[in-house]
Ligand binder design. Structure first.
Ligand SMILES: NC(=O)c1ccc[n+]([C@@H]2O[C@H](COP(=O)([O-])OP(=O)(O)OC[C@H]3O[C@@H](n4cnc5c(N)ncnc54)[C@H](OP(=O)(O)O)[C@@H]3O)[C@@H](O)[C@H]2O)c1
Length: 173
């Protein structure tokens, strides 16, 4: 999830220009296109809520032919062969449908669905990338998760554009 320092992952109007940082942090690592391509090539399935899906359709589909599962209670349709709509129990989705078929599943968001995955202990890792901006208003990532969750910090990377990536493992015990 990409967030502002004050915890917002989207503006109220859905605009995303704030994701492009103009900051410079000299000691940071350069994020190359090769690095991004290598990271994305390891993902073998995307899962997302219907609002994130509809936003992705508006902005330009970034998921190519990789399988995408969209959570919705509505009867949505698509011509894309790699998109499947799902409604219902998330534990069943993960254990019966996703785990037997895929190794590296990316829960794209949004926060509504991400929080459910964390509460139900269905997620293994959280990668939070903080952009050097405060938005002041918008959709919060963690407004209220309703339970304590211990984490293990796996990695921290600061990038040249001022973005800081925090990689946590979700402790299951
Ligand atoms: N900054 C980032 O990294 C980032 C990442 C992802 C998304 N976003 C942004 O986040 C915003 C959307 O987030 P959001 O939290 O409002 O919405 P969301 O999580 O994307 O979608 C919520 C919808 O998912 C469906 N849903 C959730 N749980 C379900 C279940 N168990 N069974 C069936 N359907 C289920 C429902 O759809 P129906 O109403 O269709 O039933 C619900 O209204 C967008 O602006 C997006 O661009 C930002």
């Amino acid at each position: 999830m990409v967030s502002s320092l004050d915890g917002f992952i989207a503006k109220k109007d859905g605009s995303v220009s704030w994701l492009e940082s103009t900051d410079i942090y000299e000691k940071g690592v350069t994020l190359t296109e090769e690095h991004v391509a290598e990271f994305l090539s390891a993902i073998d399935c995307y899962v997302m809520g219907s609002r994130t899906y509809e936003h992705a359709l508006e902005l330009g589909w970034p998921y190519g032919d990789v399988p995408v599962i969209v959570l919705t209670h509505r009867s949505l349709t698509t011509d894309r062969k790699n998109v499947e709509f799902y409604s219902g129990d998330l534990t069943k989705l993960v254990n019966d449908r996703l785990k037997p078929s895929y190794r590296n599943i990316w829960m794209v968001g949004g926060p509504m669905l991400t929080k459910d995955f964390i509460r139900l202990k269905l997620a293994d890792d959280i990668i939070l990338s903080i952009i050097p901006v405060m938005l002041g208003d918008g959709i919060l990532f963690f407004d209220y998760i309703g339970q304590e969750q211990a984490l293990h910090l796996k990695d921290v990377t600061a990038y040249k554009d001022g973005m800081v990536e925090l990689w946590y493992e979700i402790r299951k015990e």
